[in-house]
Write a protein that binds this ligand. Structure first.
Ligand code: CA
Length: 226
């Protein structure tokens, strides 16, 4: 079983994350401050860390900085608040592998954890197949109904987000955060432009607009429930 360390001082969130990961097949240890986390990492071989940043005794960024300074390659998934873009940038700069925004969606957390563990083991990301689309993250190729489709880098990343979140409505803000996780500038209409291009290159009905909420890739685009 994959053993992971959860570092979270909020008792409700820590408990929920530990229980959620156990339900999803992980062996999850949970500690509530940075010093306890550092001790656990010294004595136990974990496959990954789920790391809150605001922690008592030793904050998450400092813990991460120390681990990377020691040369530890352990994959780290950071938990951050929705509005804490600065924290996410600092997290990436310090050596975090990915992040999840609070309130935490446990399925998303488990999926992102799986991805960073797989990457750390040198295993390629699995090919995604949804709604006639086939996306190969390792080869960065896309086909729709068997026909190869040329996408620009951001269009590819956007389509991958939709395929990883099939049937789940993504708000424009969520999409922007995923597309621009590394802190580059977001043009005000960038998301609409990328979605327009995806619809034109693939099929108009694949990505639906949910008025006032966001966009969704339905598993069955021809489901007729519009
Ligand atoms: Ca905290």
């Amino acid at each position: 079983m994959t053993r992971v360390l959860v570092v979270e001082d909020d008792p409700l969130l820590g408990d929920a994350v530990q229980a959620g990961l156990r339900q999803r097949g992980y062996d999850a240890d949970w500690v509530k401050d940075g010093v306890a986390a550092e001790a656990a990492l010294r004595t136990t071989d974990f496959a990954a860390v789920v790391l809150d940043l605001g922690l008592p005794r030793l904050d998450g960024l400092e813990l991460l900085r120390r681990e990377r300074a020691k040369g530890s390659p352990i994959p780290v998934l950071v938990l951050t608040a929705r509005d804490a873009i600065e924290d996410r940038i600092k997290g990436f700069d310090t050596g975090a592998d990915d992040y999840v925004i609070k309130p935490v969606d446990l399925d998303e957390l488990a999926a992102r954890l799986r991805a960073i563990v797989r990457r750390s083991r040198g295993e390629p990301a699995p090919v995604l197949e949804v709604a006639g689309l086939r996306l190969d993250p390792a080869a960065r190729t896309v086909a729709y109904r068997g026909q190869p489709v040329e996408l620009k880098a951001k269009e590819f990343n956007l389509l991958q987000e939709f395929m990883l979140n099939v049937d789940r409505v993504l708000s424009r803000t969520q999409i922007e955060e995923r597309l621009y996780a590394w802190g580059s500038e977001v043009e005000s209409n960038a998301v609409e432009v990328h979605i327009h291009h995806l619809r034109r290159k693939l099929a108009p009905e694949l990505i639906r607009t949910v008025r006032g909420v966001g966009y969704v890739l339905p598993r069955n685009p021809a489901g007729g429930d519009d």
